[in-house]
Every structure is written in structure tokens, then in C-alpha cells.
Design a protein around this ligand. Sequence first.
Ligand SMILES: Cc1ncc(COP(=O)(O)O)c(C=O)c1O
Length: 400
Amino acid sequence: MAFLADALSRVKPSATIAVSQKARDLKAKGRDVIGLGAGEPDFDTPDNVKQAAIDAINRGETKYTPVAGIPQLREAIAAKFKRENGLDYTAAQTIVGTGGKQILFNAFMATLNPGDEVVIPAPYWVSYPEMVAICGGRPVSISTSQENNFKLTAAELESAITPKTKWFVFNSPSNPTGAAYSHDELKALTDVLLKHPHVWILTDDMYEHLTFGDFKFVTPVEVEPKLYDRTLTMNGVSKAYAMTGWRIGYAAGPIELIKAMDMIQGQQTSGASSIAQWAAVEALNGPQDFVAKNKAIFEGRRDLVVSMLNQANGIVCPKPEGAFYVYPSCAGLIGKTAPSGKIIETDEDFVTELLETEGVAVVHGSAFGLGPNFRISYATSEELLEEACTRIQRFCAACR
Ligand SMILES: Cc1ncc(COP(=O)(O)O)c(C=O)c1O
């Protein structure tokens, strides 16, 4: 009898965590490494949010909470959906989890039966297919194209849907590409979904607040209210409020689904951290100027990185609308010889050679299901980004 579960054989370790570890190992050996692998803002959590947590501790809010979250946070979530997205949800239709990750995992756990298919546009956030596989479902990856700025077209979505499709996973702005769908681009997809009433929509709006210029964020139910009864709208405080370590994510959707997720969470972690929940109440209800300020900083960094990467030989970098990632193609370097003498055959070779030659850590695109590309997280200072891009330019120029 095997000791480890069969489910484990269906799961790959996280490539983004592996890159960060490799960068840390090189740093420990004394190498000068710039890590552009991690997906978290470099800013500190706002002071008013920290203070709300301290106040919660001092008030003794340190006990178990209801599984789906404290009423004050569920009310704040319902109010957020109304205020920012024009969506009507009662507090009972919301649920709070230990990070957006737990929300997604529990949604799949609560709904997937063996053989159920989950359509995931590629490139995708590394955890979607792995979560689906752990929960016994079948991830169905569907490639987008760089020419269409990595956005799924109606025809591509249509071609991926079968009678076994249970969920369509939608993520805008996207990790790893930063691509965000306009109202019309999303409407083209919701029109397809209207034709397939058996398909549920899981929209991951984690990067909602990070869009640039006059781009207007939209979420599926806002664009097509007829999808309300089969959409789970997920979001969280991790990226918008620089709260990755607090581990608070949330969602709203049909009550039967929320109840099923509540039941799973009740046998798993129960309620999220009481202190972090009170901090999240302040993040959602308190002043929002932090969000606008950081958005402007991210926009400046995006412009810098896109411009510098497009000046590197063999690199083509689209300009994304949001998040804090770019997803350049390194197709022009494939087949060339790196300064070490090794031939670059894949995007994984490219990132390995780049790390070893120039000490810049990025993640290969094939880990996100579409290459030859690589992902840069620009959630770091302009100074470091400029140095990293200069090194990338030097590396590319040195490839023959
Ligand atoms: C697209 C996307 N969804 C969800 C998450 C998970 O967020 P959390 O840290 O709240 O679990 C991440 C984190 O990287 C993400 O990039």
C-alpha cells in the first residue's frame, strides 16, 4: 500500500516558489541577485489597517470566529461589492477565507466530481490547475495568443466548453500577464457563457484595484447580470492593501455554494484569523487613498520595465493594463548560445542562464502554461528594476 495519496502524483510544486528559493540559495552563497519572482507588493500594510489589528488584540478579539467570517467583515464585503462593482449580495452570500487561495480551493472542493472539467485560459496563475487536480477535476488549459495580448476570444472559449465543463476560471487583471479585459472584451465571453447554462464562472478579481491609465475594471456579473446565479466572485485584501501575510480572501455567490464552502472550511481551518479579519474590515471600510497612491507607483514601474525590455535583443514585451507583472516573449533568444556556452532551447533554459549569468531571477513562462515567455514581477523599487532590466539587456546582447 502506497503511503502518499494518489492525488499527490497529479500535483506539481509551485514554479514561482522554486525560483524564489533558487534566488535565495544563490544570495546565501554571496551572489548579487535581484529577485523578480515573487508576486507580492513591496509596500508595507497601511498604518490604519495595522492599528485596527492592534485594537482588535487589545479588545480581546482573539477567539474563534464564525467559519464564514465575522459579521462586520461580511457586511463590509457586501458593501464593497455594492460600492465598487454595483453587485447586490447579502452578507450571508459572502464568505471569508484564509487568503484568496483557500476560497478557490474550497470552491473546487465543494463542487468537483471526478471527470468534471475546469476551463482555464493560459497563461494562468500556477495554482489553478493544481487545485483542480487535487480536487479530482480535470484542468482544461486553453491557450491565448500574445497577438491578442493574452486575452481569450469568444471562439477560443466556445471551443473549450464540453458537456463536462463545470467551471470557467476568469482572472482579470491576470497573473502572470497583467492583461485586463475591457467591458466589450468580457461581454464577448459572457455571451458565450449565456449559451452554456451548465457552466459556472469563477472570477478571480484579486488584482481589481491595480489597473492603469483610464482603464475601467469590470467583473463578469457586472457585465452580464444573468450570470449572477452561477458565478462566484472572488477577491481579497492581499494585493490591493499590501496584506499578503495577513491571509484574508473572500467571495460572494449563490447561497448554496457559499454554504457548501462554509461546510468544508468548518472541517478544515474554521474561521480565518480573528485579528486579520478585523484588519480587513478597516482595509475595506477605511480610507482608500493608499490604493490610488500605489497604483500610480506601479504604473510608473510598468512603463519603465516595458520600455527597457523592448530595447533588449530578442525580447518582445506587451504593455499590460494591470496587476504588477509583465510577460515578455523570449522567442528571439531560443536557439541562441548563452555566454556560458549553453544553447537556450526553452524559456526555462533562458531564465536559468539569466539567473546564473546576471543574477536576475524571473519565472519561465512554461510554468504558467504558455511560452517561450517569462514573467517579471515589478513589485520592487524603480532602482532595482532599472538595474535588473539593464542586466537583462546585457545578457540578451551577449547571446549569439
Ligand atoms: C491570481 C491570483 N489569485 C489568487 C491569489 C491568492 O491570493 P492570497 O494571497 O490572498 O491567497 C494570487 C496570489 O498570488 C493570485 O495571483
